[in-house]
Ligand binder design. Structure first.
Ligand SMILES: COc1cccc(CN2CCc3cc(OS(N)(=O)=O)c(OC)cc3C2)c1
Ligand SMILES: [Zn+2]
Length: 260
């Protein structure tokens, strides 16, 4: 078997694209070493205001399932925290594992969670389109929320009930009212650092805001994620699991915390 001369040339099994960005200095995900994070008293509370009516549809893009929002106006936005501008919600999606031992993209003190929610926002104050914001250092802001095994999550169940209808890659269904705020933990504490998308185009355009407190979901809800397929209808079935990118080097970055 032809193995790459070094891991840098390895192709990611999921995307057949390079696993690393040549010259990347702020790649994601990373391990968050709690004791190395630096409390920054200048960090403001993150202000989140989502309009549930901006929800459009839920679809299986062959890598995760995404809930997309109407981002043609400032109706679902976040502001404050580490952000200079307000950012518009574009979509949210999850990453998860085949078993509960792993699945999150970020880790805290090298601990994996079974899944991780990403709410992707873009800087519509500075950039005309999401596509352009994806290419700029201050273009995106992604809120990361860890999922841990525990109690049934009422808000998540609405999403789980829709998954059988988008089992295959490139299937989509209408999803006209959903408030993603119900997926956020009550605790305001977060870590923040400068990073990248964890899926192609892997651009170094993301201000990451990782919530300290996980939300609890139950085993049936995690299993529902695992019955999705990477593959289209008619192809040999491949279960959609382990859709997370490997940890990336911290390099010359500091993770800041909003809490002491
Ligand atoms: C210029 O490249 C693009 C322009 C417009 C849309 C896209 C696709 N979009 C990019 C951001 C993104 C980011 C995603 O995950 S993540 N972990 O936030 O990097 C993702 O996970 C399923 C999907 C997408 C899809 C790429
Ligand atoms: Zn993601």
């Amino acid at each position: 078997t032809c193995t790459p001369k070094n891991r840098n040339d390895a192709l990611h099994p999921l995307w057949q694209s390079p696993l690393t960005i040549p010259g990347g200095t702020r790649q994601s995900p990373i391990n968050i070493q709690w004791r190395d994070s630096v409390y920054d008293p200048v960090l403001k509370p993150l202000k989140i205001s989502y309009d549930p009516a901006t929800c459009l549809h839920i679809w299986n893009n062959g890598y995760s399932f995404l809930v997309e929002f109407d981002d043609s106006a400032d109706r679902s936005i976040i502001v404050g925290g580490p952000l200079e501008n307000q950012y518009r919600l574009k979509q949210f999606h999850f990453h998860w594992g085949a078993i509960n031992e792993w699945g999150s993209e970020h880790t805290v003190d090298s601990k994996f969670y079974p899944a991780e929610l990403h709410l992707v926002h873009w800087n519509a104050v500075v950039y005309p389109t999401f596509e352009e914001a994806v290419m700029e250092g201050d273009g995106l802001a992604v809120i990361g929320v860890f999922l841990k095994l525990g109690a049934h999550h009422e808000g998540l169940q609405t999403l789980v009930d829709a998954l059988p209808a988008i089992k295959h890659k490139d299937t989509v269904i209408e999803f006209d009212v959903f408030d993603p705020s119900c997926l956020l933990p009550p605790c305001p504490d977060y870590w923040t650092y400068a990073g990248s998308l964890t899926t192609p185009p892997l651009t170094e355009s993301v201000t990451w805001i990782i919530k300290k407190q996980p939300i609890e979901v139950d085993e049936n809800q995690l299993e529902a994620f695992r019955m999705l397929l990477f593959t289209s209808d008619g192809e040999e079935e491949k279960r959609m699991v382990d859709n997370f990118r490997p940890l990336q080097p911290l390099m010359n970055r500091t993770v800041r915390s909003s809490f002491q």
